[in-house]
Design a protein around this ligand. Structure first.
Ligand code: SF4
Length: 398
């Protein structure tokens, strides 16, 4: 039965040909995972996403060469374009003329000009966006929260994210820049729900971009995302969405179709049962983007899911990240983390680096570490089963 949703009274933010917030239909977004400097491939993917129903398409830019490619991409697609800034916020002057929105990550502003106050960096970003008729997204991510906030608000990370977002809203408001959207993303849908609820309770006027970051491979990634979106959108929170899925490039548009399907179901009152996210093996992986260090990343993520299936009963989180920009931070909270380099993969156990392994060898080492964790968990719970890392296939007991 279709449901009536009382949306939060957010202000409308113009992003190219669409409005985000202000009661406008919830916009579905996606992001190119092609190399930005590969203009042909990125234009093709941007058009693919646009034609699949992406109201906004994001592109990663980290270098002067990326910015030059972006200028060419702009000429060849009518998609509403957003650029994703990470460590090098000053590159905004090179990209703002070619896009409709710029996303900055408060958690990466400290990398450049370490002695410069954050408020001055935000002022530079807002002024440059304003001069170029661009909107902004201030996007806080669980794996890259500003270290100062992590220190000030220890614990589950939600407070640190929410506080950081609220403070950046205050900075932008004080500057008189109101053409901004906010996102608070985590790889745990429960934290996404809690973080966005807390933020929206304080700033119901600010449009929200919803997403479960590193949601992973379909269908698990879609299920995790749906859980968060069903809870938030049905309570009027959320003005634009992105379903972050680990997919090979030719299938990237599945993100967009998944987003539209989830919205149709929510408005149609078709809520799927809330699966028990509490227990079992949890694999999180990033959706890849231009920063991915090796094209083998998506296949690696698929193989990780394959070879670890025997451990599905165990409460263990494995994170697989595509690059060094967000990989190191985003894997800190996982029991086992892999982040990709150009020719090797870094394997971590929580925040301890085990080593860097060739792509062909890392899965074997991952399995050893996984069996070590299972043996330790079994020993701690007094359960039998795995001795000395021996694996116990699901369903067949000793
Ligand atoms: S972890 Fe790296 S490759 Fe993956 S989406 Fe994030 S920035 Fe892109």
């Amino acid at each position: 039965m279709p449901i009536q949703i009382q949306r939060n009274p957010t202000r409308g933010v113009r992003v190219g040909s669409i409005l985000i917030g202000g009661g406008a239909p919830i916009a579905v977004q996606s992001m190119c995972a092609t190399k930005t400097q590969d203009v042909e491939a990125t234009v093709a993917q941007a058009e693919d996403l646009r034609l699949a129903g992406a109201a906004v398409v994001r592109v990663a830019v980290d270098s002067q060469k990326d910015a030059e490619a972006l200028a060419e991409i702009r000429k060849r697609t009518s998609a509403n374009l957003v650029v994703d800034l990470q460590e090098n916020y000053r590159i905004i002057t090179k990209v703002a003329p070619h896009v409709d929105k710029v996303r900055y990550n408060p958690g990466h502003l400290y990398h450049l000009e370490k002695t410069k106050p954050v408020a001055d960096k935000v002022k530079f970003i807002a002024e440059t966006a304003g001069e170029n008729g661009c909107a902004l997204r201030m996007g806080v991510n669980c794996g890259s929260v500003d270290p100062d906030y992590k220190a000030k608000f220890p614990g589950d990370g939600i407070d640190a994210m929410v506080r950081c977002a609220l403070d950046h809203c205050e900075i932008l408001d004080r500057l008189g820049f109101t053409r901004y959207v906010v996102s608070l993303k985590d790889s745990d849908p429960r934290k996404v729900i809690e973080g966005n609820r807390r933020f929206a309770a304080r700033r119901p006027d600010v449009p929200l971009h919803l997403g479960v970051t590193e949601a992973g491979l379909p269908p698990d990634g879609i299920i995790k995302t749906r859980v968060a979106f069903e809870q938030l959108i049905s309570s009027g929170i959320g003005d634009t969405i992105r379903v972050s899925l680990t997919l090979p490039n030719p299938r990237k548009a599945e993100e967009v179709r998944a987003g539209h399907a989830i919205l149709e179901d929510i408005y149609g009152g078709r809520f799927r049962s809330v699966p028990d996210l509490g227990s079992g093996l949890n694999i999180i992986s990033c959706p890849s983007c231009s920063r991915v260090e090796n094209e083998a990343f998506v296949e690696l993520a698929e193989k990780v899911r394959e070879i670890t299936a025997y451990a599905r009963e165990h409460d263990i989180t494995i994170a697989v990240m595509g690059c060094r920009v967000n990989g190191p931070g985003e894997t800190d909270d996982a029991d086992l983390g892999l982040w990709c380099g150009a020719s090797s993969v870094n394997l971590k156990c929580k925040d301890r680096l085990i080593g860097a392994f060739p792509y062909a060898a890392v899965l074997g080492r991952l399995e050893e570490e996984l069996n070590r964790l299972i043996a330790a968990a079994n020993a701690a719970s007094g359960a039998g089963g795995a001795e000395g890392g021996e694996k116990v296939p699901a369903g067949r007991k000793n």
